[in-house]
Every structure is written in structure tokens, then in C-alpha cells.
Ligand binder design. Structure first.
Ligand code: UDP
Length: 458
């Protein structure tokens, strides 16, 4: 096959960059050339990818001092959708112009992340086919369809005090109102989110939509989306399991290409090697959410009082310095790192539980490695993922209502690590891991995607 080119456009967020670059690596192994068009802010490290990947930065207008938080992610996305229109158009035009004599380098299509929806109209203007990549689960995206009606019917904003909180949302069962991605957001943030969701729903890429999921995990939501969309819906995932080993450029300690924007601390793997099987709780809130200083202290006490071993990620940008009290409580049974090689951690036999914010990547990684979760969603789609893990797949303890206090933490950690309930979850998680491993052998969706891309030239 001629090496036709695909342009992939991720936003500068770890949880979105990772699956997009995994997808690009998979498509590269299918014979496509890859150009990664990316923002200057949080740019990926080209040395982690195949040598013939091309990385092209574009102007994003974000300041160097920009830091991510649950509150500003939507605002940053909005800014990118305004600032990057012209830079991305110019970049695409430049690639098209440079390759106009070379049919083999022709752009076959542009794959963009749902948060970068402006790309669709830019690419269409240039007559380039488009594919939308949604990095949240299919069930979360399905829930967007209910938001306009909820607003019209006066249900929004949804708060703890809303009387419908615990009721199921019609058509989205078993999601309750409190599991929706707009729960507890406040009036203006809810409004922004509903508008963003409406834009997301209105974008209709020409070739289809990719979800980082697998039929077995979300069959009913995928079917509903197929009925709603008249274009292809491609569940291709879990992407980290499909990323080909041949693309590995890491040292031997890494099992898949690293897509990390931060330096991973491998010393924690050496520490895990010294721990008993299933004895360690891994604690991480991903790349955006965080606990404040008071909560860190309560978590440290709760972990120490539970007498369980733990590996805890505390990102440096979330706290000026880790309080001495936390460090000293962690000294005996724990280990704190700034950023972990998470997939290696979850694959390690010493890890018996994951206290997670339930970002979709973390959720997928956890179920793929057979690790049960303490599900503590912080914002957005994490509520939906937590509901799937705890209620549908039954491999997670629902901690979404848990107050961050030392007694509550101690109780939840013991429930996860030493109770019968936790043990049963661990057993179910292992069965689920095996089922996923069987499921990923079915490459129909990936083959259909490759076919759709190739046929777009005809
Ligand atoms: N991650 C990591 N090391 C850490 C914490 C997180 O490599 O110490 C990775 C994790 O494996 C996942 C991503 O960062 O792939 C986080 O994505 P997710 O969707 O779970 O959450 P987000 O960061 O978007 O909230």
C-alpha cells in the first residue's frame, strides 16, 4: 500500500494525547504515514515515537505559565477552538502544498479529538475527509444527547440538593442524574458545558467516529450511538493493548511506547518488586484533578491507619511542597512519586487495588490489568466511568460520595484491600481482564476503520 498520510490533531491534555498517539501508532503499523499536528503548550516528545512520525507545532495562544485544573479545562478548550483555526488551516495548506507533486504523501484524512472540534470545518473547507476521535467512553458521549432536554425541562444545574439525583436518567440506565458529566458544576459552568455538548453533537465528521473502547464493555451504548449517527462508529480499544510492540523505543522497563508528557519515575517499580503480591494500593488522580493540602493530610492519615502498603502519585504542580506530616506518615508503608509509569504499575503483581479518579484511560488500564478500583470521580466523564466500574462491571467500590476524612479513607481502603467484598472484586476484575484479552483479538472495527480511510480516496 502506498504510504498515504494521516494528520492527527490532539489537544494538549495527557488523557487525550495518550490515546491519540496510541491510535496514530496503530495506524502507522497498518501502513499509514503519520503527522502529529500539536499545540506548543504540552507538546509531545518526538523521540518516543517511530522515527518517521512527523511532529508539527501550531500556534495556540496559551501562555507558558498555563496550568491545568478541573475548572479551566473547558475554558482552555474553548480558547483553542478560537485561537487555532487559522494556524491549523495554514499548517494543513502547507502540507498539501508541499506534497502536491507526491501522490503517495497525499493527506488521506484528518483525525481530530472531540475537544478540537474546529478542525472539522477547517478540514472540510480544504476538502479533506475527517474522523472524530472521542477519548471518553461511548456511554459518556451518549449522555450528552440528554443534556438539551434536561435543560429545557428545568433540571439544570444538577446539584447534590436536586431531588432527582438518585433517579435513573431515562434512556441512559443505569446512569443516575448524579452520574451525569455536568453534576455539581454550578450554573455558569453547566451552561458552558451544555453549549459545548451541543457543539459536540452537531459536529458530523465525514468518515466516522472512533471511541477508545471495546464492544464487550459498552455494547448497549455503542448500539444506541450507531442508531443516532448515520456514519461509522468504530470502537477501537483499549488502545494501549493494541499499540504494537514493534514501535517501542523505550528502555526495556517500558512495556508500551510512553506517551507521557511528564517524566515517569521507574524507581517505584523497584519498590513494588519488594512487596507481597496484591498488597499495594495504587493512588492517583490522573493529570488534572488533585487534593488540597488538608485533604492530602487526611488521605495520608487514612492510608497509614489502614496499615496497607500504598504507592501514591502527588504531582508537584498541585502543591507548593508536600507537608512533612504527609511524608512522615508515608515513610513506613508507602511510597510517593511525582509521576508513575502507570501501566507498568497496574500490571505489577504487587498491586491489589487502584484508588482512582476514574479518568477513562485510567479506568480502561485498570480493568485491562485486572485491578479493582476505589472509584472517586472528580469531574466530567469520570462520574460515568465510576458508575460503569462500580455498578455495571462490579469491579469498583463507589467512593463518589466519600468525604475526604481519615476515618472514611481508612474504612474504604480496608474495604478494598482486605475485605471479602474487595477479594470478590479482585476475582471479578481478573475474569474481566481475561475477557478483554479475548475481545481485543477481534480486529473487525480496526479493519473497518482502515478500509473507510482508504476508500475515502475513491
Ligand atoms: N498517568 C501516568 N502516570 C501517573 C498518572 C497518570 O502515566 O502518575 C497516565 C495514565 O496511565 C493515563 C493518563 O495519565 O493514561 C491519565 O488519563 P485519564 O484519562 O485517566 O485521566 P486525566 O488525566 O485525563 O484526568
Amino acid at each position: 500500500m502506498a504510504k498515504h498520510r494521516l494528520i492527527v490533531i490532539p489537544p494538549p491534555f495527557q488523557g487525550h494525547m495518550t490515546p491519540m498517539l496510541q491510535l496514530a501508532t496503530i495506524l502507522h503499523s497498518k501502513g499509514f504515514s503519520i503527522t502529529v499536528a500539536h499545540t506548543n503548550f504540552n507538546s509531545p516528545d518526538p523521540t518516543n515515537y517511530p522515527d518517521d512520525f512527523t511532529f508539527l507545532p501550531f500556534y495556540d495562544g496559551l501562555s507558558d505559565s498555563c496550568t491545568l485544573s478541573p475548572k479551566n479545562v473547558i475554558q482552555i478548550s474553548k480558547t483553542l477552538n478560537i485561537n487555532c483555526v487559522t494556524p491549523v488551516k495554514e499548517l494543513l495548506l502547507r502540507i498539501m502544498d508541499e506534497n502536491k507533486e507526491n501522490q503517495e504523501e497525499k493527506i488521506l484524512c484528518v483525525i481530530y479529538d472531540g475537544l478540537m472540534h474546529f478542525v472539522d470545518s477547517v478540514a472540510r473547507e480544504l476538502n479533506l475527509p475527517t474522523i472524530l476521535f472521542r477519548t471518553t467512553c461511548a456511554t459518556n458521549f451518549l449522555s450528552y444527547h440528554s443534556l438539551p432536554t434536561l435543560q429545557t425541562n428545568g433540571y439544570l444545574p444538577l446539584q447534590d440538593s436536586s431531588c432527582v439525583c438518585m433517579e435513573m436518567v431515562e434512556g441512559l440506565e443505569p446512569l443516575r442524574y448524579r452520574d451525569l458529566p455536568i453534576f455539581n458544576m454550578g450554573e455558569s459552568a453547566t451552561d458552558t458545558m451544555v453549549k459545548q455538548a451541543a457543539i459536540s453533537l452537531s459536529v458530523k465528521p465525514s468518515l466516522g467516529v472512533i471511541f477508545n473502547t471495546i464492544e464487550f464493555l459498552e455494547a448497549s451504548s455503542l448500539q444506541k450511538l450507531r442508531n443516532l449517527y448515520k456514519i461509522g462508529v468504530f470502537p477501537i480499544g483499549p488502545l494501549h493493548m493494541l499499540t504494537p510492540p514493534s514501535s517501542q523505543k523505550q528502555d526495556n522497563s517500558s512495556m508500551t511506547t510512553t506517551t507521557s508528557l511528564m517524566k515517569e519515575d521507574y524507581s517505584c517499580i523497584t519498590w513494588l518488586n519488594e512487596q507481597e503480591p496484591g498488597s499495594v494500593l495504587y493512588v492517583s488522580l490522573g493529570s488534572i484533578a488533585s487534593w488540597n493540602e488538608r485533604e492530602l493530610i487526611e488521605v495520608a492519615h487514612g492510608l497509614a491507619n489502614s496499615e496497607q502498603r500504598f504507592l501514591w502519585v502527588i504531582r508537584p504542580e498541585t502543591i507548593k511542597s508536600i507537608p512533612e506530616e504527609v511524608k512522615s506518615l508515608a515513610r513506613e508503608k508507602g511510597r510517593i512519586v511525582k509521576w508513575a509509569p502507570q501501566r507498568e504499575v497496574l500490571a505489577h503483581s504487587a498491586v491489589g487495588g487502584f484508588w482512582s479518579h476514574c479518568g477513562w484511560n485510567s479506568t480502561l488500564e485498570s480493568v485491562c490489568f485486572g485491578v479493582p478500583m476505589m472509584c472517586q470521580p472528580c469531574f466530567g466523564d469520570q462520574r460515568v466511568n465510576a458508575r460503569l466500574a462500580s455498578h455495571v462491571w462490579k469491579v469498583g467500590i463507589d467512593c463518589s460520595e466519600m468525604r475526604i476524612g481519615r476515618e472514611e479513607v481508612e474504612g474504604a481502603v480496608r474495604r478494598m484491600m482486605v475485605s471479602w467484598e474487595g477479594k470478590e472484586m479482585r476475582e471479578r476484575a481478573v475474569l474481566m481482564k481475561d475477557k478483554i484479552r479475548v475481545g481485543v483479538r477481534d480486529q473487525d472495527a480496526l479493519n473497518a476503520l482502515v478500509h473507510a480511510i482508504i476508500m475515502s480516496t475513491c
